[in-house]
Design a protein. Structure first.
Lengths: 385, 385
């Protein structure tokens, strides 16, 4: 039996209700949602509507119609970023913790449209995140986009204080909750978030194949994809009706049905229980690893508020090799490398080495963490002999 | 038990192997494909690679790396169309049979980039499709894009003769096989197709949530979405590596695993058996409907080569009402309206009425068609009394 510590990539296992709901969607009402008016189509629409409503309430978006489903968080983030209207000289503030799903769309805007981008580093000029971000804002700043939690270090960015400080600034505020949706409470109203993006298959315990973008009512977004919207077929132009106008084509009904069950499991357990569990495993892991000589934890230590993600490297040892041995000889799944977040590694000067990342979920246990630490000790000793 | 005659929207039911494969993907190897190197991730990658290879061989694309998975045919078509580089005055030839997933991206290019678009009508100037299309080509024509089969009338467009006639013309040739993948043989080599797009959830019998774009090696496409690609994380720019550079973010692993099973079922039955079965049901349906006074078939009749899609309207009767009665009183699912293809209705002068569409799949039977015809007769008589 595999010990799966790659939860930051995809949570696994899923609640059994997830696959059950997907089977039901495929085998019992596999019709096209929102297209035809018949019973099977209505069943498909109903499960999508229910999931939309659940998501809207959980994250307190203003309108249920502005819950947009797509393939993954990357497509949601591209819609959020590329969907705004950009001109030369516009300015964006982001952080060095951004995943490539934010950084690459921003770099493309830089290159193709002459947009300027600042990436704020942790502890930049010994400022807090909100001070450092506010400090970068100019009269040309159009967007502040930050990740809620680093997928490399588990560090949490205070999205609420940043949001509150941006209130009435006229700057759009977008949060990438890929690592935190289903783990930390997110309230778009209280946190003053204009757009929120996340995947269904991580903390929300849904299957792969669903990304979500929540958009406040005042935000104008050009849809990335245009096409069939099920109604207003006669119009040449994409109808400006949410969510259909931003969800052209057939949605992933089974995936969305599965996501609903994942979210229901998250609600049953409660965010604070989930967060405390995952955090306690990461602290247990850090404490265990710190006892071993030559191991360096990257990012926040065990005293800080953090997600269940621990990255580390070992002096003189190749992380990819360690991950391979963990997989093949110890049946432990972790992830080594840069984790699609190279700027994070620049911040921590780990770009050349990459790191080994262990990330924890609701089903992981202290015993599994102990097995990881014991395995790391053996591997390290073996490789350094 | 519902009689499901809305196969052109989504095929239903699916082979039982489809949901089984999805359950396995979710419950046994729910890790992130192509990201981490561990066993579970490799299982996810393996099923995706296998599907990619299957699709490449089935449609004879040059390279397995240029099989790009996305959410649906609409995202695949937006990638194909919007991914080309456009300038004012560029010209496109399409047909009036295009679905909004082609028409709306083209209309947007027209409006935003000054691209010119001609939509060829069936029998335009009494020419064949290939003559009429060739006739429209100018020195500025960059793209010919045609649907292989109308989702409204079931008419088949001769994509091979069009492709052959475009050979060495320097014009890009894209085919929308939404209604034909899994029904008619499509050979990108022999048909000289540069890009081919289709959904997984129609003729290929897979679940909703997967679209496919096949791209020949010479085609340059700007990726619509950029982000994490699993490797080359350190590069600021999106890596130009197929397929990863055009598939940013996590793929729909369960959906792709289900699609593989759908395709295997298609292969087991054989395309010609599937096509003949669906065509024979449509002919049986047309013959039955023609016996009823006041019913008009839209599009090709029973003598012509056609897909298993039959659209009709009834003098003096509202199609939406008929569809509702069929659903509620006869448990028969059809679709009424414009079917996201308004130009088709303009061609047939049915824009004001819309039509009732019955579409047939591999599991439908002659008896079901008979029940539809009998129900239509009753409803018509009742409404016109």
């Amino acid at each position: 039996m595999m010990i799966y510590l790659d939860q930051a990539a995809s949570s696994f296992p899923k609640p059994t209700t997830v696959a059950d709901a997907m089977v039901k969607a495929v085998n019992e009402y596999g019709a096209n949602p929102g297209r035809s008016g018949h019973q099977l189509s209505k069943c498909a629409s109903a499960v999508i509507d229910k999931t939309r409503e659940k998501v809207q309430k959980m994250f307190r978006n203003q309108s249920v119609d502005r819950v947009v489903f797509s393939l993954n968080a990357t497509t949601a983030l591209n819609q959020a970023i590329d969907g705004l209207s950009w001109k030369r000289g516009d300015h964006v503030v982001a952080t060095t913790f951004e995943h490539n799903s934010v950084r690459r769309p921003l770099e493309r805007l830089k290159k193709e449209k002459g947009v300027l981008v600042d990436y704020v580093r942790p502890n930049e000029d010994e400022k807090t995140w909100e001070e450092a971000i506010l400090n970068k804002i100019t009269s040309n700043t159009k967007l502040v986009i930050v990740t809620h939690g680093s997928n490399v270090t588990g560090e949490i960015i205070p999205v609420e204080s940043i949001g509150v400080s941006l209130k009435n600034s006229g700057v759009m505020y977008c949060v990438d909750a890929s690592q935190t949706a289903g783990v930390l409470p997110i309230d778009m109203e209280a946190m003053n978030i204009d757009m929120l993006a996340f995947p269904g298959h991580k903390g929300l315990l849904g299957p792969q194949g669903v990304g979500v973008l929540l958009v406040k009512n005042h935000v104008n977004l050009r849809p990335i994809n245009v096409g069939g919207t099920g109604s207003h077929s006669e119009e040449l132009e994409q109808p400006k009706i949410w969510p259909a106008g931003w969800e052209s084509g057939t949605l992933n009904t089974p995936g969305i049905a599965g996501l609903l069950k994942g979210i229901q499991e998250v609600e049953k357990r409660g965010l604070s229980t989930i967060f405390e569990h995952e955090k306690s495993l990461s602290i247990h892991c850090i404490k265990g690893l710190k006892k071993l000589p030559g191991i360096h934890i990257v990012g926040p230590g065990e005293e800080e508020n953090r997600l269940g993600v621990v990255s580390f490297y070992i002096d003189g040892v190749d992380g990819l090799e360690v991950a391979m041995i963990l997989d093949e000889h110890y049946q432990i799944a972790v992830r080594a490398g840069l984790h699609c977040a190279p700027l994070t590694h620049e911040s921590y000067e780990t770009s050349d080495k990459g790191v080994i990342r262990a990330s924890f979920g609701i089903y992981n246990t202290k015993e599994e963490v102990d097995q990881l630490v014991a395995a790391i000790e053996e591997i390290k000793d073996g490789l350094l002999e």
